[in-house]
Design a protein around this ligand. Structure first.
Ligand code: UDX
Length: 429
């Protein structure tokens, strides 16, 4: 099938590339000329395992191209995916202006039947606004259908998530559009849920909010563990054996970050509010998530007493491993709070330092974990990159000024760390 992707960010680029990999002719569009130039030269603007290789292969085989010309891409396509950003406004609501602009452009140029797919995360009922916009600007008066097909891609494993999904959700009212979407996803052999547009839109916000709830719940339990001497890792394991609960997403730590959970939960609270429902549960989930970082800073303060002029080594800056994404990363709030108290930060992250430099000023960026540890009064782990799990602990101890490790991701066992001669503080243990 012929596909156009409006918006080549994380979601658009992964979706477009993977649809090309499935044998479709895909053109990815973006207004950012520099990004498109880079992509045309074979340079991938984001760090996403496996994506580079897939882009190169599909480009070479002529199934994948990149352009800034949305109009031309729309004319040549049967299905157009709207993958533009829906960033949060100051009040937490999603800014849908890019979605509206894309819908308008699509409407103005389409000259035969098209399926227009909402891939971006949008509030429930946005499909109606998209359909109305397209109807209003439908210059050639052609037939069209709007479909909601939310993405469930995790950064760092987005390619794998696309090609091996738990489910595919298709929200549509027309048989023709449903059949085209089913055909498109047929090679993936995943369960396909067909429903109406509003339910599909809601599935996305409900899923992300439920996952955020799991994380805040286990972080709340971690705080009770710390007050009682219980071990949150064991509590989560014991809970997780129950199939109704499941083991996934019960890792206590610094709370959720990234561009999806914090913004989607906030947007969902606003959506509910507008619909006349006070989503108290989700408000508490967000509050616990914020508190979790504040409690972690208090732990550092308690261990070091005075932070002024202390040298603090930070391992990990990205919001989670295997990504260079710094958006809503817990490291930002934590480092800002430590700097405010006068601490000197020496940090290392395997991939996110270039992005971090734009956000976190006054930080000494180091070439590896050992350079960061050198002369530090404490070593703080903020992201669970695999390489931090395999550190030469004897070397780390000899480099630190004070053998104190405060681990926000529970990557080490307390007993081993004690044996290695560290004062080791973690979450909920
Ligand atoms: C998420 C959803 O998983 C994905 O389906 C959606 O499309 C986009 O948002 P992503 O933000 O890439 O994906 O990251 P994910 O791996 O889900 O982790 C989100 C955050 O939760 C991270 O900050 C992570 O550190 C945190 N987390 C996750 C925990 O603190 N504990 C856990 O047990 C799991």
């Amino acid at each position: 099938m012929k596909i156009a992707i409006a918006g080549s960010g994380y979601v658009g680029l992964v979706t477009g590339t993977c649809l090309a990999e499935l044998g479709n002719d895909v053109v990815c569009v973006d207004i950012d000329k520099e990004k498109i130039n880079k992509l045309n030269k074979g340079q991938v603007p984001i760090y996403e395992p496996g994506l580079d290789e897939l882009i190169k292969r599909n480009k070479k085989e002529g199934r994948l191209s990149f352009t800034t010309d949305l109009k031309d891409a729309v004319k040549k396509s049967d299905i157009i995916f709207i993958c533009v950003g829906t960033p949060p406004k100051d009040n937490g609501e999603a800014d849908l202006s890019h979605v509206e602009a894309a819908a308008r452009t699509i409407a103005e140029v389409m000259d035969k039947y098209k399926v227009i797919v909402e891939k971006s995360t949008v509030p429930v009922q946005t499909g109606e606004d998209v359909a109305r916009t397209i109807k209003n600007y439908n210059k050639h008066n052609v037939k069209f259908d709007v479909v909601s097909n939310p993405e469930f891609l995790r950064e760092g494993s987005a390619v794998n998530d696309f090609l091996n999904p738990d489910r595919i959700v298709i929200g549509a009212d027309s048989e023709k559009a449903i059949n085209m979407m089913k055909e498109l996803y047929k090679p993936l052999k995943a369960p396909i849920l067909v429903t109406n547009i509003k339910s599909a839109e809601l599935i996305k916000h409900a899923s992300n909010s439920f996952l955020a709830t799991k994380i805040s719940f286990i972080n709340a339990i971690a705080n009770i563990c710390e007050k009682t001497g219980a071990d949150v890792e064991k509590v989560a394991e014991g809970m997780g054996y129950d199939k109704r609960i499941g083991k996934a997403f019960l890792n206590a730590g610094l709370g959720y970050g990234g561009f999806c959970f914090p913004k989607d939960a906030e947007a969902f609270i606003r959506i509910a509010e507008k619909l006349g429902y006070d989503f108290k549960l989700l408000k508490a989930v967000q509050e616990i998530n914020k508190e979790q970082k504040e409690l972690f800073v208090k732990k550092i303060e308690k261990s070091l007493w005075i932070l002024k002029k202390k040298r603090i080594a930070i391992l990990g800056l990205s919001f989670k491993p295997n990504t260079d994404d710094m958006r809503f990363a817990p490291s930002i709030d934590i480092i800002n709070a430590l700097q405010k108290e006068g601490a000197n930060i020496q940090a290392y992250d395997p991939e996110a330092m270039e992005n971090a430099k734009k956000i976190l000023k006054g930080v000494t960026y180091c070439k590896d974990a050992y350079e960061a540890a050198k002369g530090a009064d404490a070593l703080i782990i903020l992201t669970e990159w695999n390489e931090f799990k395999e550190l030469d602990l004897k070397k780390i101890k000899s480099l630190l000024n004070n053998p104190l490790i405060i681990d926000g991701r529970n990557i080490y066992g307390p007993a081993i760390m004690k044996k290695e001669g560290f004062k080791y503080i973690s979450i909920g243990r």
